[in-house]
Design a protein around this ligand. Structure first.
Ligand code: ZN
Length: 318
C-alpha cells in the first residue's frame, strides 16, 4: 500500500481545477491507495460543519482511503473545535497550519498568533498532529517577483524563510508545552532537515519531501514553460537539491508527500500565475524509477511511501 499525506483535491468552487473523485482516479493510476487532503479550499475547511460537508463529497467506497487536514486559524475557539474534530472523526487526520501565505486565505503569519495555536492545543491536551507549511512571511520579498522572469519567484520566497520559520515552530512547541506531533511539510533543504533531526530527541517531529523538490532544481524555471514550475516552496538551486537528496538517502526524511496542487494551465501561464504542481502524476515513476536510480533501497522507499506514515497515524489508519 502507498499513502500520499499531502494532496489538494480542491472541489466545490474550485471543481474546475480538481475534485476528490478525480484525484482518486489519479491516485489509482499512480498506485496510491490513501490520500490526505488539504484544507486551503475555497472556502477553507476550519469547522465541524465544513468537515461534514466535505465528507459528503467522498465516494462511499473510498471513505477508508480519504482523510482531511482541518485548517488552523489564530482564534483559540476555532483551534479547539478543530482539535475536537480530529478526535471525533476518523477521517480528520490532524490540523494544518500555514505559517506563511501560500495559496488561498488560510494562514497564521504572526509569530504571536502561531503561539496561540500551539498554546490552545496544549491547553486541551491535543495529542494528534499539526502539519506546518513553514515560510516566514516577513522574510519573503514579493517585490522581486517578475512573471517575465519566472525564476524570480525563487528569490521572492527565499530558503531562509523556510529555515527560520521551522526553527520558530520548534521553539513554539517547546515554549508552550504542546505535546502532539509537529510535521514540517515539503522541506526543501538539508538545513531544514537538520533542524528537524536535532529536535527529534525532545519532541515528536517528522518532515516530508515532495517529488518535485528532489527531481528538479530552479533552472527548470528558465525554460519557456518555466511558469508551470512555480510552486510554494519554490524549487531550489542545484547544490541545495543535491544536499536534500543525500538527506533522503540517509533516511532523515520521514515520508514522500506530493503536495499535488492542480490548477488550470492558463492560470499558471497567465495572471494570476498560480503556484502549485500536480506532482501526484509523477509518483509512480518517482518511486519506481527515480528513487532507485539515486540509490534508494527498497526498504527505504517502503518506509517513505507507507511504513513511516502508517506509524505516525496508526490510530486513524487502522
Ligand atoms: Zn500543499
Amino acid at each position: 500500500m502507498k499513502i500520499d499525506p499531502h494532496v489538494h483535491c480542491r472541489d466545490g468552487k474550485q471543481s474546475y481545477k480538481e475534485t476528490i473523485v478525480h484525484a482518486f482516479s489519479v491516485a489509482d493510476a499512480q498506485g496510491v491507495q490513501k490520500i490526505f487532503d488539504m484544507p486551503n479550499t475555497d472556502p477553507p475547511i476550519t469547522t465541524e460543519e465544513h468537515i461534514i460537508e466535505r465528507l459528503k463529497l467522498v465516494p462511499e467506497d473510498r471513505m477508508d482511503d480519504y482523510y482531511i487536514w482541518i485548517g488552523a486559524s489564530s482564534d483559540a475557539n476555532q483551534i479547539k473545535e478543530a482539535a475536537v474534530c480530529v478526535e471525533k472523526y476518523r477521517n480528520v487526520i490532524g490540523l494544518k497550519l500555514y505559517a506563511g501565505t501560500s495559496v488561498g486565505d488560510l494562514s497564521v503569519v504572526e509569530l504571536e498568533d502561531q503561539r496561540k495555536v500551539y498554546q490552545a492545543l496544549a491547553d486541551v491536551g491535543y495529542k494528534g498532529t499539526v502539519a506546518v507549511h513553514c515560510d516566514k512571511e516577513s522574510l519573503m520579498k514579493p517585490e522581486l517577483w517578475d512573471p517575465k522572469n519566472p525564476i524570480s519567484h525563487c528569490q521572492a520566497r527565499p530558503l531562509e524563510a523556510e529555515v527560520i520559520s521551522t526553527k520558530e515552530q520548534i521553539e513554539l512547541v517547546r515554549e508552550t508545552g504542546y505535546s502532539g506531533r509537529i510535521h514540517i511539510c515539503h522541506i526543501t533543504s538539508d538545513e531544514t532537515v537538520m533542524l528537524v533531526d536535532g529536535a527529534r530527541r525532545n519532541i515528536p517531529i517528522t518532515c516530508g519531501v515532495t517529488p518535485h523538490h528532489i527531481i528538479w532544481d530552479e533552472s527548470m524555471m528558465e525554460r519557456p514553460d518555466g511558469l508551470l514550475y512555480k510552486m510554494n516552496p519554490p524549487l531550489r538551486d542545484q547544490k541545495t537539491v543535491s544536499a536534500l537528496r543525500k538527506c533522503l538517502l540517509d533516511g532523515k526524511i520521514d515520508w514522500i508527500e506530493t503536495d499535488y496542487a492542480p490548477h488550470q494551465v492558463g492560470e499558471k501561464m497567465f495572471p494570476p500565475y498560480m503556484s502549485g504542481y500536480p506532482s501526484l502524476c509523477l509518483y509512480k515513476d518517482f518511486v519506481e524509477n527515480f528513487l532507485p536510480s539515486l540509490g534508494a533501497s527498497e526498504e527505504l522507499i517502503e518506509k517513505m511511501t507507507y511504513g513511516n506514515i502508517w506509524k505516525a497515524f496508526e490510530n486513524k489508519l487502522q
